[in-house]
Ligand binder design. Structure first.
Ligand code: UN1
Length: 510
């Protein structure tokens, strides 16, 4: 394999550029104890507030107060707020994307894509604001009408992850707002500046349309303080995106108070490559899904299950393609792989590779740290390809870094069993030209994931389809088709206009 090109950090996403972007988004003064760091250079970009449990309490109280007004605003009028928010995202796309690059280390094209995803969900939510429909059913009693009505739920607590610092928040918030809810957002600690920027645009939209100010709250809180949000009985729904470990902590706490959760947790996504696959197309899909975003999407391709007849050829071609990827400063033109978010992430990547080798894995490409001299406080790694004898050990785990494990298979049933043979169930795909194989993969006994694709990779889903997964991924759906129902409560209404009082099931009484 040729060595990947590296581009030393000479960032466009500097502290100065960040300050300018924030000013353009309406944020002037920032100060406080929290250091917002660049994963590109390790430098401090800005200082921000760090909220306390009292702040969380105040935020929830204000959100709840605003909810009491907001819930009675007609849903299509609520849609105007989200419409305005979407316009502001369009106007400020470049500034918000710059913050995402600076803090999450995404290349420009992916950062712009993230903001586009926010615009897309606003469009979807505005349309949805006129379609929060319930059903009318035939009653078994004469002169009765039976209907189901959807109502606003309350305060929604949104916990989001660093890797999509603003889009996943917008998925939740755009829907929650048209559904008549208030939102309290706890962003990831690594990405407070992006959060402050996105929140400022919502504040602007709220002012522009005259919505209640308290309807959205931002709490910059670490995990311990965030627990106050999870435990607060006024928070009707906690929508949490992040690791399985985080979900294991959040879900039982919310369940203990009979609150609702919407979980989008870890993935361990696989692609099956069948002998009939168009390998040129598969290669592009695989490289984007496995190495893109430096392997830090929940939908990142982590396992390649490839037919023995094409395994050597495809693995070799992936290794060669990895050799052409430019790794480095994500704000520099031509870079395709930015940094890992921090040292902890790098250490997890190294541990996973060591363990893979101990379990019989053969590193076919990458894995090494690069640019350590130029950027000692940042963590750039070569995307790795590792052939594994089986998936009994480290392959079972999601390591949030660009490591692609390759497993070989002989028949499709075996491939599907491998695909399903992990605890997580987010995304999956098959590359094949054989329609019967594709249909088998999509059938009830095929992929067990929330997302199952044919001839595209595992990442990069559109906003219109339900997004989320099964098993340890948590079962929630945060965007798409009917996700809105998670943000509302349902009431069944039986209306009697008969002047009589017939009881259901023919019961006689009095
Ligand atoms: C995530 O990584 O949490 O499908 C979300 C995708 C993106 C969303 C990823 N549209 O890769």
């Amino acid at each position: 394999m040729t060595n990947p090109t590296t581009a030393p950090p000479a960032p466009g996403a500097t502290a100065d550029a960040v300050r300018k972007a924030l000013t353009a988004l309406g944020v002037d003064v920032l100060d406080g104890p929290h250091e917002a760091r660049s994963p590109i250079t390790g430098e401090v970009l800005a200082r921000t507030a760090e909220h306390t449990e009292t702040d969380v309490d105040t935020a929830v109280a204000a959100a709840h107060e605003a909810f009491l007004t907001w819930r009675d605003v007609p849903a299509p009028v609520r849609g105007n707020l989200v419409k305005r928010w979407g316009q502001l995202f369009t106007e400020h796309k470049a500034e918000l994307a710059l913050l995402v690059t600076a803090e999450a280390g995404k290349i420009e094209s992916e950062a712009l894509g993230e903001v586009q995803e926010m615009i897309d969900i606003c469009d979807l939510a505005v349309g949805q604001s006129r379609q929060l429909f319930g059903r009318t059913l035939p009653s078994e009693r004469p002169g009765h009408r039976l209907a189901e009505t959807w109502h606003p739920l309350g305060v929604v607590g949104v916990i989001s992850a660093f890797n999509f610092p603003v889009a996943v928040y917008a998925w939740n918030t755009a829907l929650a707002l048209v559904c008549g809810d208030a939102v309290v957002w706890k962003p990831a600690e690594a990405t407070y500046l992006s959060a402050i920027g996105a929140n400022a645009l919502l504040a602007q939209a709220v002012r522009d349309v005259g919505a209640p100010e308290g309807i959205h709250q931002l709490v910059l809180a670490d995990r311990a303080v965030g627990e106050a949000l999870v435990d607060d009985p006024r928070v009707a729904l906690v929508s949490a995106t992040g690791s399985v470990r985080m979900g294991r902590e959040v879900a039982p706490r919310v369940a203990a108070r009979f609150g609702r959760v919407l979980l989008e947790l870890g993935g361990n996504n696989a692609a099956i490559v069948a002998p009939s696959a168009d390998l040129d197309l598969a290669l592009r899909g695989i490289v984007f899904s496995a190495a893109g975003t430096a392997g830090q999407r929940c939908t990142t391709l982590r396992r390649l299950i490839v037919h023995t007849s094409v395994a050597d050829e495809l693995t070799g071609r992936i290794a060669a393609a990895y050799g052409t990827l430019t790794i480095g400063d994500p704000s520099a033109e031509g870079t395709l792989v930015g940094p890992l978010i921090n040292r902890t992430s790098f250490e997890a990547q190294q541990r996973a590779l060591t363990r893979a080798a101990a379990e019989g894995g053969e590193v076919v490409a990458g894995g090494a740290r690069v640019l350590a001299d130029e950027a000692p406080d940042a963590f750039y790694v070569q995307p790795a390809v590792v052939r594994m004898p089986d998936q009994s050990g480290v392959v079972q785990e999601e390591t949030f870094a660009p490591i692609l494990y390759v497993l070989a298979y002989d028949d499709l049933d075996e491939a599907i069993a491998l695909q399903n043979g992990v605890p997580q169930g987010l995304s999956s795909s098959i590359f094949t030209q054989d329609q019967a194989e594709a249909e088998r993969f999509l059938s009830a006994s095929g992929s067990d994931c929330g997302i199952a694709n044919v001839n595209i990779g595992t990442s990069g889903a559109e906003i219109g389809g339900a997004f989320g997964g099964e098993k340890e991924t948590g079962g929630g759906r945060e965007s798409g088709t009917d996700a809105w129902q998670a943000y509302m409560r349902r009431a069944t209404n039986t209306v009697n206009y008969s002047g009589q009082l017939p009881l259901a099931q023919g019961v006689k009484f009095l």
